[in-house]
Design a protein around this ligand. Structure first.
Ligand code: GTP
Ligand code: MG
Length: 313
């Protein structure tokens, strides 16, 4: 099964791969470390900063040398791994917290509810007691969607009437999770960004109301981003960081994405932990974020595993 997931990640990233490595390889063959190379990397969603960093490093270490395509890929993978390694941090639940409260935010359709379901399954499989709160009270379908995950995992799903107050729902869910001695409370939210002020009010109210009961809550605020939106994800992080204290990211839809490079741009721009990546719609399709694996997948450097650990090339 793990292999299946890995190959789906590879498959998703392979389209980014083509973008990055075909053009880059061609450029480096000609040994023209110039604006074109820079543009190719930026076009692959790596962003200006990362592209400049990669080019600068290549200029120092590779310029004028005979290099094979595989060596270029390995070197690029190493460079990208360096950028990603500091942000590759799993979401660790604090066992002293009963529950550890995780608020999940993000714009419409990024995969919030699905990610909560996957996390519920993951923690359930670890033997933890999970409670979910259907904080998106505007869409009946959103509540049902979470309830299906609840049935799958045996975790209670706290919901309220349609259009009910999400803050009091979150409050009630926290009361319940505490009473049950749960390990983790996962709170879903609505993500209608077209009304930013209303969304900000709602999220802040949820947080304020929960703090009355537990001043430390929410202990984690996960921002879910859809990789297929490319550079727009950068803007979303800025907007949500202004609203709430985002503690970490989950990047979804990397199975179908030609935009894996955005993860590198996010790491470079914000340094926020990337807790996990989504590579499909099923429970098992949430993977821990592995910097090296991701970087190699992104540039298509799977051929020579040993080369990845090449000392100080
Ligand atoms: N291929 C793929 N699809 C995903 C992934 N994560 C979520 N989806 C799908 O994306 C769609 C939206 O996911 P939701 O979890 O409903 O997104 P949401 O953020 O809760 O959406 P709203 O509640 O409408 O704001 C669904 O069809 C999911 O099955 C992923 O990693 N890969
Ligand atoms: Mg949802």
């Amino acid at each position: 099964m793990a292999l299946g997931i890995l190959s789906r990640l590879k498959e998703g990233l392979s389209r980014s791969t083509q973008k990055i490595s075909e053009s880059i390889t061609a450029v480096f063959r000609k040994r023209r470390l110039d604006d074109q190379a820079l543009e190719e990397l930026i076009a692959a969603d790596l962003g200006t900063e990362v592209a400049e960093r990669v080019i600068a490093s290549f200029r120092r270490s590779r310029f004028g040398k005979e290099v094979t395509e595989e060596e270029i890929k390995q070197a690029l993978a190493e460079e990208i791994t360096e950028i990603l390694a500091p942000v590759a941090q799993p979401l660790v639940l604090n066992p002293a917290l009963k529950p550890h409260v995780v608020l999940v935010v993000g714009v419409n359709g990024t995969g919030k509810t699905t990610t909560i379901g996957k996390l519920a399954q993951h923690y359930h499989d670890e033997g933890k007691r999970v409670v979910m709160a259907a904080g998106d009270t505007f869409r009946a379908a959103a509540v049902e969607q979470l309830q299906i995950w609840g049935e799958r995992t045996g975790a209670p799903v706290i919901a309220t009437r349609p259009n009910g107050d999400s803050a009091s729902l979150a409050f009630d869910a926290l009361v319940r999770a505490k009473a049950e001695g749960s390990d983790v409370l996962l709170i879903d939210t609505a993500g209608r960004l077209h009304n930013k002020a209303a969304l900000m009010d709602e999220l802040r109210k949820i947080i304020r109301v929960m703090k009355r009961q537990d001043p430390g809550a929410p202990h984690s605020v996960l921002l879910v981003l859809d990789a297929t939106t490319g550079q727009n994800a950068i803007q979303q992080v800025k907007v949500f960081k202004d609203m709430v204290e985002v503690t970490g990211l989950v990047v979804t839809k990397l199975d179908g994405s030609a935009r894996g490079g955005i993860v590198v741009a996010l790491a470079q721009s914000f340094g926020l932990p990337v807790h996990a990546v989504g590579v499909g719609e099923k429970a098992a399709d949430l993977r821990p974020f592995d910097a090296g694996e991701f970087a190699r997948g992104l540039v298509g450097a799977y051929g020579d595993k040993a080369g990845a650990d090449h000392p100080g090339a």
